[in-house]
Design a protein around this ligand. Sequence first.
Ligand code: GDP
Length: 375
Amino acid sequence: MNERTGNIPAWVPEGQAPFASMEIPGVVRVEKQDSPKVPPLKKADDAKRLAAGVLEGHRGDLARAITLVESNAPGHRPLAREILTLISQKAQPSPAHRIGVSGVPGAGKSTFIEAFGNFLCDRGHRLAVLTVDPSSSISGGSILGDKTRMELLSRREECFIRPSPSSGVLGGVTRKTRETILLCEAAGYDTILVETVGVGQSEIEVRSMVDCFVLLMIAGAGDELQGMKKGILEIADILAVNKADGSNEIRALGTRAELERAVAFLNPCTEGWTPPVLAISALTGKGMQDMNDALTGFHQHVRTNGQYAARRKLQSISWWKALVEQELRARFFADPEVSTKAEILEARISQGSLTPSLAAEELLGLINFEKPVSR
Ligand code: GDP
C-alpha cells in the first residue's frame, strides 16, 4: 500500500498499470571502443588500410589490428602477418620503453598503473598497458580482467589499455602480447607497460619481452623472503614496496631495508645495475617521481653500456627460435599418422613396455628429412 494510489505498490513507476509483472528497460549497453568484433577483413587491401590506420595512431584501427593478431582463426593469420610486415617496414622515430610490472595478486599492480600511468600521461607520454594473465590461459577466467581497473587512466586519450587475450596456452598468449607491443609502438605509444601476476612462469616470459622489469612487493614480504623464490627477485631491475602509507608506512620501510640487504647478495639481472628498492604508495601517489627517476636511470645505464641494444637483439632471436619451434611442433603433431602413433607409443610408455627415449626415436623416425641433417 502507498499514498500514491492506495493499492499500487510503491515500486511501480508513475503512470504504469499495476500489472503483476512488467518489463522495465535496463541499461543500454554501449559497445566498448577497445573491444570491437573481429573485422570482416578478407583482402590484402584491408590489411593495408588497417596498417595505415595503426601508423596514423587511430585507436579503433589499433584495436582491430590487435583483435586480428589475437585471433586463432586460420583465415586471420595471413592478414595479421601482412599488417605486422607493413608496420615493421616503417622505422620508428625512437623506440618505446617496454616495462614489465609484476607482483602477487593484491600487491597493488592496477592501483600502481593507474597512479603511475596518470603521472606519465600528465608529463606528455603516450602509454599502452597490456596484460599477460596466465589464469586466462589455464581456466578461461581472468585474475587481471575481472575488476574495474584503472578507471581514470582508461578514460584518457593518451592511454590505450588492452586486457590479456583470453585463450590459448601461455606461450600463445605471450606471442600475441609481443605482436601487440609492436602494434602499439607503431601507433606511437612511447611507453608500454606489460602487467603480469606474480605467480610463476609468466614473469619469465614477460622479462623476455621488456627492457626493464619492475616488481611490486608489500610489507611483510620480508618475513617470507627465506621461502620466496630467489629467481623472481633476480629478474627484477627495480623493486618497489607498495602501500607505504598510513599505519603501514613503518612496516613498509622495514621491508624495504630488508630487501635492500637481500638484493646486495643477488646476481643482478642487468650487468652493473643494482636494483634500487623504493617505498611507494600507489594510493596516495607517493614515490611516483622516484619510480620515474629509477626508470630513467635504468634506461640511461643500459643505453650507454650497450646492454639495451644487446638485450633487444637477444630477445628477437630467442623469440624467432621459439616461433620456429612452436610451429614445427604444431605441424608435426597435426599429422594424422604422427598423432595416431604418438597415442600408441604413449600407452606403451605408461605400461612400461617401452622406454621414453626409444619411443621418441620411433616417433621422430616418421619425419622424412629430404636432406640428411648433419649433427
Ligand atoms: P593487484 O591485484 O595487484 O592489481 O592489486 P590492486 O591494485 O587491485 O590492489 C589491491 C588492494 O590494495 C585494493 O584494495 C587497493 O585499493 C589496495 N591498494 C593498492 N595500492 C595501495 C596503496 O598504495 N596503499 C594502500 N593503503 N592500499 C593500496
